[in-house]
Design a protein around this ligand. Structure first.
Ligand SMILES: Cc1ncc(COP(=O)(O)O)c(C=O)c1O
Length: 372
């Protein structure tokens, strides 16, 4: 079976994790801090605050952005369920806006029509490794006094021009789950240039304690902490931090290999009229967390997925959140034709560091057969 992803972790990660285990400190400590520094430096943000997932990162970032129960947050529906769930966790209401059919990211031209007096934030998703049009979205947000909390779960390293996602908006959240650019098993991070918000985020992820556990542990005097607001236990462990440090050390290689595989897919599939290849707009740098094709021929998505599965090739789709039972009654009724088309017509092919050229050839062959 060629899976949708295969982990690219090895001896270096195992050694780092074992060292963390033997160090006597397993919870969030200096390895997480080192990981955070590496992420912040890499994306060019002043702060990175690690969490136990991107979903919890999004929830905390919304709270730090000032989103309150009953507020509306604009986001795309063509995403993973966690995008909208994080908005519900913050007590707010997701307002879905349609996507650009080529990039699969939220269409900035449709955002203004969805803004109401209750809107307090926009949550664009930088889907499958391609940055959303953050400069355009920031301009709209600033004009309307809104905050931007980016769900960039799949897109660590993606760039707009020469700038990495992570410093372009108020808060950017990335995921380290096993299908993402790099992994710590589970995990997430919020990057921001807002010093005050970063301090609040660090505290909120650890029960909102006024002093961190590691600071108390290393203090030579008695410290009595306090808990000024409701907090959460969303900490990343030092075992995960240690793995993250190793993975961050080779992020450039990881991204270069993903781009090489994407180029190779594009040349192997160049003559295939029954699909549309992924689009990288001029000036954007795609990191290809997924390789997303659109089916143009007669075969349906389910037929192609089944025909691939029978040839031992995995494939996935991206959902339309507003069509899921939990969200059906929560939609505003705004039409989402491009989202509905994309969720039916697109397909994600196996894409991971370690996919050999022979395996990639097999995927292409199987896909051609599945399309016949
Ligand atoms: C677009 C998007 N948002 C949010 C998430 C949630 O990330 P996590 O699993 O780290 O909570 C994911 C992936 O799982 C995702 O693809």
């Amino acid at each position: 079976m060629i899976p949708i992803t295969r982990l690219s972790v090895g001896d270096a990660e195992a050694t780092a994790a074992a060292e963390a285990v033997r160090s006597g400190w397993l919870s969030s400590g200096k390895r997480v801090q080192e990981f955070e520094t590496m992420v912040a430096d890499y994306v060019g943000a002043r702060h990175a605050v690690a969490t136990n997932s991107c979903t919890t990162a999004l929830q905390l970032a919304l709270i730090a952005a000032g989103v309150k129960p009953g507020d509306e947050v604009i986001c795309p529906s063509f995403s993973f369920i966690a995008t909208a769930n994080a908005i519900l966790y913050a007590g707010a209401v997701p307002v879905f806006v349609d996507i650009d059919p080529r990039t699969y990211n939220i269409d900035p031209g449709l955002i203004e029509a969805a803004i109401t007096p209750r809107t307090t934030a926009i949550m664009p998703v930088s889907q499958i490794g391609l940055a959303a049009d953050i400069p355009a979205i920031m301009a709209i947000a600033r004009q309307h006094g809104l905050k931007v909390v980016e769900d960039a779960a799949p897109s660590l390293g993606a760039r707009v021009g020469t700038v990495c996602l992570g410093s372009l908006s108020d808060f950017t959240c990335f995921s380290f789950d096993p299908r993402k650019i790099l992994t710590t098993g589970e995990g997430g991070v919020i990057t921001t240039n807002d010093d005050e918000a970063a301090e609040r985020l660090r505290s909120m992820r650890a029960h909102s304690a006024s002093v961190s556990a590691i600071a108390r542990h290393t203090s030579t005097s008695a410290i009595l902490e306090s808990y000024p607001e409701i907090g959460y236990n969303y900490k990343l462990t030092d075992i995960q931090g240690a793995i993250g440090v190793v993975q961050m050390g080779r992020i450039e290689q990881i991204i270069a290999e993903r781009r090489r595989l994407a180029d190779r897919f594009a040349s192997l599939l160049a003559d295939e009229q029954r699909i549309q290849l992924p689009y990288e707009p001029p000036g954007y740098f795609h990191v290809y967390q997924s390789y997303c094709i659109r089916l143009l021929g007669d075969r349906t998505q389910v037929e192609v997925m089944e025909r691939l599965a029978r040839q031992d090739i995995a494939a996935r789709r991206i959902i339309a959140i507003h069509q899921e039972p939990l969200y059906r009654e929560r939609t505003t009724g705004r039409p989402l034709p491009e989202t509905e088309r994309a969720t039916k017509e697109t397909l994600l092919l196996p894409m991971f560091v370690g996919l050999s050229d022979a395996e990639q050839d097999e995927v292409v062959l199987a896909l051609k057969r599945a399309l016949d």
